[in-house]
Design a protein around this ligand. Structure first.
Ligand SMILES: [Zn+2]
Length: 121
């Protein structure tokens, strides 16, 4: 991987992180506001919707926090020079995969193997 490619991926990761972080804090605000809001729902229907929205927001939040962690780890790998190599077999991860998921840790084969093992666990 060239210096130029590294710079591009680094920039993309930082941008993605910024977007996710903005979203995550919005979602956290929403979820917290609902929890501590002064208006108690009057009807069971309202209660249901509120609970659903809150769970939905918190679920998204967890995904985004996990994604931000992955991005941070990818940025660390850029610093230590291991970025773009599969963590399992250490072969280079194809550019097409990094284009889609710039924080990918595994090559396609190892990712599939990991998913397969997770299914059989
Ligand atoms: Zn691999």
């Amino acid at each position: 991987m060239t210096e130029e490619e590294i710079v591009t991926y680094r920039k993309r990761l930082l941008e993605l992180r910024k977007v996710l972080q903005g979203d995550a804090s919005n979602l956290a605000d929403q979820a917290l506001r609902r929890e501590t809001g002064p208006h108690l729902p009057m009807h069971m229907a309202d209660l249901g919707t509120d609970t659903f929205d809150q769970e939905f927001a918190l679920g998204l939040l967890q995904n985004e926090e996990a994604e931000i962690r992955e991005i941070d780890e990818a940025l660390e790998r850029i610093s230590d020079g291991s970025f773009g190599h599969c963590e399992s077999c250490s072969h280079p991860i194809p550019a097409s995969r990094l284009e889609a998921i710039p924080y990918a840790r595994l090559c396609m084969q190892c990712k599939q193997k990991e998913e397969e093992e997770a299914r059989h666990r």
